[in-house]
Design a protein around this ligand. Structure first.
Ligand SMILES: [Ca+2]
Length: 353
């Protein structure tokens, strides 16, 4: 389950990150015949930068798990000056231009799903109710403000002035982060997570999650974890990455992610559908636990000035490297699906709006 309470007062005592960013020089990205432009950032062979400061010291208030490119450089977001962040209230206002429901409306009420006729097996239920009581905010020594949704208060907005660690309820939540690095976790239910700029970590929910999640990392190099049963590759990813395992289990901010990793009772039947919204200037994002049978990447047409106009043309941009499938979105932006069998991906996994 995904309702472990984050110990908001816990002082983080994880190891200080002093390691050099590690990439895997032995695993260069293999470009397709059509890929003649921008190199896709190489993530290490586990799909995650194991040297990233995911735990941080008690004084680490800077960066969460930046994705390092193959030159060892942390690729900064928004260097093209493209503003992709949600509005000042942290509410995404971009979707629905083409009739595809990718986000709830500004009142947190989910509107009709998939006007474009795309398969949408999961039932889109209202994402949140209006806040009726103030959400308790706990300022941790880790530099994060901790907030928890509950069933009477399922709309939670993080602070723009701090890192945010926000955990959803068992119901349908609407959660937004701020401009700094945030950790957002939806828990069970149909959740809407929007992190804004900064290098963020978003977790849709646990293995028994149900409903329809929307995850939007915004600018910055984000790690997005689909809710729902674990894929085998997801198991393998963490089972073989001791450093990442230790970091996650040592850090209260990752309590739910740790529970997902440890949950061996996951059903193999997908009960949840995850939609990942990608706009121009998204940075270099990793998507973990992607379920090819149900999940979708929702991209803006011609984002970053690309020629991606439909799912068919997008498929030509896929770069397959072992268990990683990357999509070069131009101008230094990319998404990488980690632990996905490329042969299972179809055009139905990509929606252009
Ligand atoms: Ca939830």
């Amino acid at each position: 389950m995904s309702d472990k309470v984050i110990d908001s007062g816990k002082k983080l005592d994880g190891p200080t990150d002093t390691a050099t960013p590690v990439t895997d020089p032995a695993a260069p990205v293999t470009s397709s015949s059509t890929d003649t432009t921008t190199p896709v950032p190489v993530i290490d062979d586990k799909g995650v930068d194991p040297a990233a400061p995911v735990t941080g010291s008690s004084t680490d208030t800077t960066t969460l798990a930046p994705v390092i490119d193959d030159k060892g450089v942390d690729t900064a977001p928004d260097d093209k000056g493209v503003d992709t962040a949600p509005d000042d209230n942290g509410v995404d206002t971009k979707p629905d231009d083409n009739g595809v429901d990718t986000k709830p409306d500004d009142n947190g009420v989910d509107t009709t799903p998939d006007d474009n006729g795309n398969s949408n097996a999961a039932t889109a239920t209202p994402a949140a109710t209006s806040a009726t009581t103030a959400v308790t905010v706990t300022k941790g020594d880790d530099g994060f403000e901790h907030r928890h949704a509950d069933l009477s208060n399922r709309e939670v907005h993080g602070s723009e002035d701090s890192h945010n660690a926000i955990q959803g309820s068992t119901g349908d939540d609407l959660i937004t982060g701020g401009s700094q690095s945030d950790v957002l976790e939806g828990g069970n239910g149909s959740d809407d997570l929007s992190a804004g700029s900064g290098d963020d970590i978003l977790v849709g929910g646990g293995s028994d999650d149900v409903g329809l999640n929307h995850l939007e990392g915004g600018g910055g190099d984000d790690i997005l974890v689909a809710g729902g049963h674990k894929t085998k590759a997801f198991d393998d990813l963490f089972a073989s990455n001791d450093a990442l395992n230790k970091a996650i289990h040592a850090d209260a901010k990752f309590a739910d992610l740790a529970s997902i990793i440890d949950d061996s009772s996951a059903s193999a039947v997908a009960q949840v559908e995850n939609h990942f919204s990608v706009h121009s200037g998204n940075g270099n994002d990793l998507i973990l636990n992607f379920h090819a049978e149900t999940d979708k990447i929702v991209l803006d047409r011609d984002l970053n000035g690309s020629t991606i106009e439909d799912a068919a043309s997008l498929m030509e941009h896929l770069v397959i490297d072992g268990s990683k499938v990357s999509l070069d979105l131009g101008h230094g932006n990319s998404i990488t699906l980690v632990g996905v069998d490329a042969s299972n991906l179809t055009e139905s996994n990509f929606v252009i709006v």
